[in-house]
Design a binder for this molecule. Structure first.
Ligand code: FE2
Ligand code: FE2
Length: 265
């Protein structure tokens, strides 16, 4: 089977760009399952019901998110009511939403887990312990487990991936919006990339207006972020896997429209 994962979608223009170019990605990678990270769709922070529906209508089964989902109050009812929109599992209990889901595609069970790192981020519950518990529960039903590990530090992502190598089909890094050139199959069979990168305007600083971002760093004071507009690109990965064992065969990172690829086998 093939799972196509789309990196953090930044803004509604990026959502439109993704949906209008999805057929080309579908014809190239022939995915059976589509998953996207949607934590930045709504003007950079969160995702609303209409935006989520656009992704579901386009064929996406699951939307993962991350730290930015909490910054828009209006995303919370969506988390509370739609189990196909995930938030990191390891936030303290009492927050709305679910951190993993098991669903079926052509009678094959697939699980997606969302977790968040703690290095240079909120000091939430341990992602390792949370993953261990979730994987134990999920393994009763399926070996096809895809983890979106939303984290800032590459070392934390790599340590997490090496610890869970062989326990998940893929460990997919998100959050930094910058793709890494390290897509690979780890020794025990899990596909891995430190960060998929973003789907959004690349004439920017990680999706935001360049001048404003520079001003924030030089002046060291708050300046309202605005979304950038130009040079739309989609960053994603295509993972081929054995749906009986849950082992990954290959992982390929792509940046569309140029299809600059790095393939890990
Ligand atoms: Fe993001
Ligand atoms: Fe994030």
């Amino acid at each position: 089977m093939n799972l196509l994962f789309i990196g953090d979608i930044v803004g509604d223009d990026a959502l439109d760009f993704l949906v209008s170019n999805l057929d080309e990605l579908k014809s190239k990678y022939k995915p059976d399952v589509l998953v996207a990270n949607g934590e930045n769709v709504w003007n950079g922070k969160g995702i609303n019901e209409q935006e989520a529906q656009i992704l579901f209508d386009a064929g996406f089964s699951v939307i993962t998110t991350g730290n930015h989902i909490w910054e828009n109050w209006k995303s919370r009812p969506l988390l509370a009511t739609n189990n196909n929109v995930l938030r990191p599992l390891n936030y303290p209990s009492g927050n709305p939403g679910k951190g993993y889901i098991i669903f079926e595609v052509n009678d094959i069970k697939i699980a997606v887990i969302q977790l968040q790192g703690r290095t240079f981020m909120q000091s939430i519950d341990c992602p390792f312990k949370s993953a261990e518990n979730a994987i134990k529960n999920i393994k009763k039903y399926t070996n096809n487990i895809f983890i979106d590990f939303h984290a800032e530090a590459t070392a934390e992502k790599m340590a997490f991936a090496k610890h869970f190598d062989g326990e998940a089909t893929a460990i997919i890094g998100t959050h930094t919006h910058i793709p890494t050139a390290d897509s690979q199959i780890l020794p025990k069979g899990s596909a891995y990339i430190s960060d998929v990168g973003m789907t959004g305007p690349h004439d920017s600083v990680i999706g935001m207006d360049t001048e404003i971002a520079i001003r924030r760093y030089i002046l060291q004071t708050a300046h309202k972020y605005e979304m950038a507009k130009n040079d739309m690109k989609i960053n994603g990965i295509s993972i081929n896997f054995d749906e009986e064992t849950g082992q990954a065969y290959s992982i390929e990172h792509f940046t569309y429209p140029k299809f600059i690829n790095s393939i890990g086998v």
